[in-house]
Structure formats: structure tokens, C-alpha cells
Design a protein around this ligand. Structure first.
Ligand code: HEC
Ligand code: HEC
Ligand code: HEC
Ligand code: HEC
Ligand code: HEC
Length: 226
């Protein structure tokens, strides 16, 4: 075949192609790093709240159990949020003199919940269930960090799909031996102890064992997507 382009033009074309491919790779790499970075997922950023509530005071200093305010966390999909009455059990005497408690008064008068801003909302197409995780021995701390030390609630983990899958591929090493241990702030693994047997004690294992139905792997799309 006769030469259509000069040798110089050919070389320039090759150079341009290599530079283009290199730039595309770099851009993809940067996009991947950005997608995995915590800042993209609002990790560590508090949300504006109607009342300057502090977990560090209530769950930390006062030592209240998480279930005192998030009552459905062991059984339901949603952890549940405290009602105005829960707060007023202790704050009834100071609320009238303190403007920062005004949203509690409004909520009580309207019979409506306090409008807390969420820092953890997942997209609509994703399914999540607190009870299943708590019963399997996944601690609040594993997903939410040391909440009882937070003056303002922030996300401790990105909660993106890759993060969920990191555990769903092999949960055993990250499980505690019981649901109660999932609430124990001082729980530490016994050095040298084997991890909980894969699947042992989990709802899925129990639910399907007796029916003779195969347990779907936790990585299947339909586990988390509607
Ligand atoms: C006295 C009541 C109370 C107790 C006890 C309590 N919380 Fe909360 N929690 C709240 C309130 C009020 C909010 C909403 C305001 C905020 O985000 O700070 C909240 C928000 C949260 C959120 C963020 C929810 C979202 O929508 O993103 C998490 C996570 C959380 N709590 C975990 C815990 C854990 C873990 C414990 C136990 C260590 C705990 N809480 C104990 C009252 C409480
Ligand atoms: C078990 C009793 C108890 C409950 C329930 C309770 N609080 Fe408190 N709260 C306290 C005490 C005690 C303090 C004062 C701590 C201090 O000043 O060191 C406090 C302090 C506060 C403060 C002042 C924080 C600051 O930075 O000075 C706010 C705001 C507050 N609580 C909001 C709430 C809200 C909202 C709820 C319900 C979700 C709630 N509390 C539930 C006992 C309680
Ligand atoms: C496996 C990870 C994981 C564990 C373990 C976990 N959470 Fe959550 N939590 C989440 C995710 C994800 C969301 C956002 C849920 C959504 O948007 O549907 C959330 C949301 C919340 C909320 C906001 C209300 C709601 O249910 O949407 C509260 C409060 C909360 N968690 C408290 C807790 C407490 C208390 C514990 C420990 C008993 C706990 N969580 C354990 C991942 C976890
Ligand atoms: C630290 C480990 C861990 C993390 C992180 C985790 N999971 Fe799970 N998840 C589990 C375990 C263990 C089970 C099995 C519970 C059972 O067998 O009942 C489970 C079960 C589930 C189920 C099935 C519940 C049922 O029984 O129907 C859903 C849905 C789910 N996870 C969603 C998520 C999502 C979404 C995320 C990320 C936001 C996530 N999980 C993060 C450990 C984890
Ligand atoms: C353990 C739970 C879990 C499993 C299993 C899972 N996903 Fe997801 N997926 C999520 C979560 C959480 C999000 C939302 C956060 C995000 O975009 O990463 C998500 C988001 C997505 C998105 C939207 C991404 C975007 O940019 O908006 C797609 C598409 C998706 N998943 C496809 C899949 C497919 C296909 C499978 C099966 C191979 C799968 N997922 C399995 C948890 C899961």
C-alpha cells in the first residue's frame, strides 16, 4: 500500500493518540479516586439541625443507650427517631425559658415529629434494614463511628455501594458474637479468638435453614436494590 501520510505526520498522529490515551487514563483514575474519597460522600460534614442536639452530652456524658431514642433499631428497617416527648421527659422544666427548645414546643403543638436533617440518607433505589444488621452482630460503631463522642452528628463512613459490598463479600470477621454485643461500647475482640462462623446466627441463615431454601448470597443485586 502506498504511503498516504508522510512519516512525520504518522509520528505526530501516534504521539497524539498516546497522549490522548494517557489523558483518558489519568482522568479515569482521578474520577475513581474522587468517587472513593470520603469528601464526595459528605463524610465528616454535619447537617444544619433545628436544635443543637449533642450525642456527646446525651449518649456520652449522660450515658443514655442508643435504643432510648432510636427504639426500633433492633427490629425494623428504620432505626426510629425520638419524639418531642422523649426529650421533654428531661427538658420539660427548662424549655419555656430557652429559645433553643422552641422546635420541640412546635412539634408537640402540631402533633408532628421534629424535622431533623438526615446525614445518612441512601438513594430511593437502595434497600437497608437496621434490625437484620443488629441481630447479626454488626455494631452501630462499625457503620456510624463513635457517635457518643460527636457534639454534632456526622457520617463516619461513605455508605457507597463498594463500602457495603466490602462487608457483604465476607461479613464474618466484622461480626460480634451477639446482638447485645453490638451495643457494647467497650467490646473488644478476644485476641486469637476465631471469627463468628460464616452466617451463624444471622437471620438469613435461621430463616432459610428450616425451609430448605438456599440462602441468597449477600452480594446479589436484589438484596439491596428494589
Ligand atoms: C437522647 C436521645 C438520643 C440518644 C440516646 C441517641 N441519639 Fe442518635 N440522634 C438523636 C437525635 C435527636 C438525632 C437527630 C439530630 C442529629 O443528627 O444530631 C440523632 C441522630 C442520629 C444519627 C444520624 C441519623 C441520620 O438521619 O442521619 C445516628 C447515626 C445516630 N443518631 C446514632 C446514635 C447512636 C449510635 C446512639 C448510641 C450511641 C445514639 N444515636 C443515641 C437522639 C439520640
Ligand atoms: C435523660 C435526660 C435527657 C434527655 C432524654 C434529653 N436530654 Fe438534653 N440534656 C440533658 C442534660 C442533663 C443536659 C445538660 C448537659 C450539660 O449542660 O452539661 C442536656 C442538654 C441539652 C442541650 C444543650 C446542649 C448544649 O450544648 O448546651 C440541648 C439543646 C438538648 N439537651 C436537647 C435535647 C433534645 C433535642 C433531646 C431529645 C432528642 C434531649 N435533649 C433529651 C438531659 C436530657
Ligand atoms: C450496616 C451498617 C449500619 C449499622 C450497623 C447501623 N446503621 Fe444506622 N444507618 C445506616 C444507613 C445505611 C442509614 C441510612 C438508611 C437509609 O437511608 O435508608 C442509617 C440511618 C440511621 C439513622 C437515621 C434514621 C433511619 O433509620 O434512617 C439512625 C438514627 C441510625 N442509623 C442509628 C443507628 C444505631 C443506633 C445503630 C446501632 C444499633 C445503627 N444505626 C447501626 C447504616 C447502619
Ligand atoms: C459490617 C458488615 C456490613 C456492612 C458494612 C453492611 N452490611 Fe448489610 N448485612 C450484613 C450482614 C451480616 C447481613 C446478614 C443479616 C442476616 O443474615 O439476616 C446483612 C444483610 C443485609 C440486607 C438483608 C436484610 C434482610 O434480611 O432482608 C440488606 C438489604 C443489607 N444488608 C443492605 C446493606 C446496605 C445497603 C449496606 C450499605 C449501606 C450494608 N448492608 C452494609 C453486614 C453488613
Ligand atoms: C450490599 C448492598 C448492595 C448490593 C448487593 C448491590 N448494591 Fe448497588 N448500590 C448500593 C448502594 C448503597 C448504592 C447507592 C450508593 C452508590 O451509588 O454507591 C448503590 C447504587 C447502585 C447504582 C447507582 C450508581 C449511581 O451512580 O447512582 C447502580 C447502577 C447499582 N447500585 C447497581 C448494582 C448492581 C448491578 C448490583 C449487583 C451486581 C448491585 N448494585 C448490588 C448497594 C448495593
Amino acid at each position: 500500500m502506498p504511503q498516504v501520510f508522510s512519516r512525520r505526520a504518522d509520528a505526530r498522529l501516534h504521539l497524539a493518540l498516546w497522549v490522548g490515551a494517557g489523558a483518558a487514563l489519568l482522568a479515569a483514575g482521578a474520577a475513581f479516586v474522587a468517587a472513593r474519597a470520603g469528601s464526595t460522600w459528605a463524610v465528616g460534614r454535619p447537617a444544619a439541625q433545628p436544635i443543637p442536639y449533642s450525642h456527646a452530652i446525651h449518649a456520652g456524658q449522660l450515658g443514655l443507650d442508643c435504643r432510648y431514642c432510636h427504639a426500633s433499631v433492633e427490629s425494623a428497617a428504620s432505626a426510629g427517631m425520638p419524639t418531642a416527648e422523649t426529650c421533654l421527659g428531661c427538658h420539660a422544666r427548662v424549655w419555656s425559658v430557652d429559645a433553643q427548645f422552641a422546635p420541640l414546643r412546635t412539634a408537640l403543638a402540631l402533633g408532628a415529629p421534629v424535622e431533623w436533617s438526615s446525614v445518612h440518607r441512601l438513594p430511593e433505589h437502595v434497600r437497608f434494614h437496621h434490625g437484620a444488621h443488629t441481630q447479626a452482630g454488626v455494631a452501630c460503631e462499625t457503620c456510624h463511628g463513635r457517635v457518643w463522642e460527636m457534639p454534632r452528628t456526622v457520617k463516619a463512613e461513605p455508605l457507597h455501594m463498594g463500602w457495603c459490598l466490602d462487608c457483604h463479600r465476607d461479613p464474618a470477621p466484622r461480626l460480634r458474637p451477639s446482638a447485645e454485643a453490638a451495643f457494647d461500647r467497650d467490646w473488644r475482640p478476644v485476641p486469637g479468638a476465631p471469627p463468628s462462623a460464616p452466617g451463624a446466627g444471622t437471620l438469613a441463615a435461621l430463616r432459610y435453614e428450616h425451609l430448605g431454601v438456599e440462602v441468597p448470597p449477600l452480594t446479589r443485586c436484589s438484596i439491596c436494590h428494589k
